[in-house]
Design a protein around this ligand. Sequence first.
Ligand SMILES: [Zn+2]
Length: 250
Amino acid sequence: MGVSIEPLICGHLTAGLSAFESGATDGSVTLPVPSWLIRHRLGLVLFDCGMHPDLSRDTPMRERVSRNFEVDMGPGETLHRRLADHQVDVTDIAVVVLSHLHFDHAGGLVQIPDARVVVQEAEWAAGLDDELRRGNGFRRGDYDLGHEVLTISGDHDLFGDGTVVCLSTPGHTPGHQSLRLRLDSGEVVLCADCAYFERTLAGGPLPPFGHDTAQQARSIARLIDHRRAGSRLIPGHDTTILHALPERLT
Ligand SMILES: [Zn+2]
């Protein structure tokens, strides 16, 4: 059986467009928050975990996040419930690859206590460094939960067979990574926050925040190289693209 990908949309975030694209002056945008379930013959992998389940209820955490984003995640949209929709128990997940440590990617990790976490060394170091953590807006309680953590530096072939490969795409955060999957239908790259939108890949504006925007631009160029080589690129938060995906990509 080949590798497959199932998108799990775990709620949405809405904010002014200027929060996500430098120079935007008006309008708001709603971002789907995806996790990705990858089935490989050697085990189940998640790429990103969505948001903390406390954001699905009226909690102090939700109140705090709501100062910056309108949070739309009902109890039926947590990662735990999305996995159940796909007949997967959280204990079945062997590996969680985190693209980066922002709350809408790492916050759901608390629901997957038994998995091994794979993250770039630079990202993990930033997550444990008070200054870098604050500068990047990471919440340590999202990810520093006692998981077994495998830190990697640069690209990393998860199963050693070329089907699931972490691609180092820093810039949005110090150790951001994307994930390349080799499906029977061809190669797919899950860009995560290296490119929020399809138009980001076409030279559109980057967010007004970010660890190193010049580095992010170089990482986008790297993703474009993969597109030129035939990969399908899936941006991290593009409503039109994410909502049009089939239930399963093979
Ligand atoms: Zn991010």
